[in-house]
Design a binder for this molecule. Structure first.
Ligand code: PBG
Length: 330
């Protein structure tokens, strides 16, 4: 029986694995990945993070071991978060050259000169109240008073050898303040990756256990964006670019693929990173450990989707594992 309707034959394009690979529009590569690590001072420390199976809080020597094996698999970029020795109201330890991020940066750069070390610049891990900035007596986060502290932290990371500093506090003007601070300190080569469009997200839950950074009162909704916003994300990104950011970011990734797509189309010349956050990682880990999802294929599908949406770089706790799955490149 012949149909009066014409139709295209698209199935032959995907008939074999070879054809599927040849026709792939999106190819996820190890060089797209950035591996986040949680560092603390000491030696021989490797404390499992319950809410993030497979991830640990590590001392700098163990960070060198873990990064060493990731490097073997082709991972060449890491992002460091610090667990400080002490906390206070103004996050003083954030810019201490003897603190974990600074020490680990020095160690990693001396062991792996080719490794790109990115450092998270924020106060939430360093303040006793857990907010990303200074808090006024009436409980508000003081934007402008926070800026010099973020700049000082960034300078101390650059002093330690960080290649890229990544401010995640969502304070207005943070990229400009950090740029000025770096320039005054003679760090003109240090790059800035703005966490430009960072949403207030439930998907950060496991991270707050990992980084011991949960706010002790209130929440972050007065500085992180609401999930209802899309145009506002473009304004945040524009502001970061105007302030001198070298990289822009959308965070989280999976629930914000439309924002990644818009950003990549609107700012095609800017390298765009997307943060596949802790909750996105832990959800796959939990489901796969119950046998409800296949870990390898679901993780690779998720990472490929984030790249397909338009991101150039994907920050993910799956990085070392994905590197092994993808096979070494380069
Ligand atoms: C700190 C910061 C957070 C994350 C990265 N930097 C937590 C937050 O804003 O509460 C989340 C990362 C993740 O969930 O993997 N400002």
């Amino acid at each position: 029986m012949s149909s009066e309707y014409r139709f295209e034959r698209l199935r032959p394009l995907r008939a074999t694995e070879e054809l599927r690979q040849q026709n792939a529009e999106t190819v996820l590569e190890v060089s797209d990945l950035i591996y986040p690590l949680f560092v603390t001072l000491g030696s021989g420390i490797k404390r499992p993070i319950d809410a993030m199976p497979g991830q640990h809080q590590v001392s700098p020597d163990i960070a060198v071991e873990i990064v060493g094996s990731a490097v073997e698999s082709g991972v060449d970029k890491v992002l460091l978060f610090g667990l400080p020795q002490s906390k206070d109201a103004v996050g003083s330890t954030a810019s201490d050259p003897g603190e974990a991020v600074q020490v680990a940066t020095r160690e990693l750069k001396s062991q792996f000169p080719e490794l790109t070390v990115i450092t998270d610049v924020c106060l939430c891990e360093y303040t006793d109240h857990g907010h990303c900035g200074i808090v006024t007596p009436d409980g508000e986060v003081d934007n402008d008073a926070t800026l010099p502290l973020l700049a000082a932290a960034a300078v101390s990371h650059a002093d330690a050898g960080a290649d890229i500093v990544a401010p995640s506090a969502m304070m207005d003007g943070q990229v400009a303040a950090i740029r000025a601070g770096l320039s005054d300190a003679g760090h003109d080569k240090t790059k800035v990756m703005g966490y430009s469009a960072k949403y207030a997200s439930s998907f950060y839950g496991p991270f707050r256990e990992a980084a011991d950074s949960a706010p002790q009162f209130g929440d972050r909704r007065s500085y992180q964006m609401a999930s209802t916003q899309s145009d506002e994300a473009m304004l945040e990104i524009e502001a970061d670019i105007a302030e001198g950011a070298d990289f822009i970011m959308v965070k989280p990734a999976l629930a914000y693929l439309d924002i990644i797509r818009r950003a990549s189309e609107r700012f095609p010349d800017m390298p765009l990173a997307a943060y596949n956050v802790s909750g996105e990682y832990s959800a796959i880990k939990a489901a796969s450990s119950n046998g409800w999802l296949d870990e390898r294929t679901s993780a690779l599908e998720m990472l490929t989707a984030i790249k397909r949406a338009g991101s150039d770089l994907v920050i993910t706790y799956f990085a070392p594992q994905a590197a092994v799955w993808l096979g070494k490149t380069g």
